[in-house]
Design a protein. Structure first.
Length: 150
């Protein structure tokens, strides 16, 4: 058994549990906006640590965050200056093929895809999207904190 498995991280067999536990929590929600902030932070920390342990590079996760941030920018710009927020639900749903492409290219992205797919499925409103963006941003932050590198 290597050091990563002894710590409860690294290597595929034990790591699926971290992702599966988080996914089970996400699947228990009707809407992503119902995810309490304390659970969001816990999920993000656990996932960020896990992604470091499986050697996911910062640039791989950062590209996805950039796509989320672009949707966030469109959210306000798309309202046409009317003062209302625009919500691009289709744009959010199209994040799934972006993740699939990244996971197809590099297997280290697959756990992130397993987590974020059910999250994307629960994004129906701008409040859900706000919580989704917070989750992705928090995962990136904890990934960096736990030593994620390019």
């Amino acid at each position: 058994m290597n050091m990563r498995n002894q710590r409860g991280g690294g290597g595929q067999p034990g790591d699926g549990r971290v992702v599966e536990q988080i996914v089970a929590g996400i699947n228990s929600l009707k809407r992503l906006a119902d995810l309490p902030v304390d659970r969001l932070v816990k999920y993000a920390e656990d996932m960020g640590r896990h992604l470091v342990q499986i050697n996911l590079k910062t640039n791989q996760i950062r590209k996805f965050l950039d796509a989320v941030k672009k949707l966030e920018a469109v959210k306000t710009a798309g309202a046409g200056g009317s003062g209302r927020e625009f919500f691009d639900r289709d744009g959010v749903k199209l994040l799934k093929p972006k993740l699939a492409y990244a996971a197809g290219r590099q297997s280290e992205v697959k756990p992130l895809m397993r987590l974020l797919d059910p999250c994307i499925d629960r994004v129906e409103t701008k409040e859900d999207f706000k919580q989704f963006a917070r989750l992705v941003e928090s995962i990136v932050a904890y990934h960096r904190f736990y030593g994620g590198r390019d």
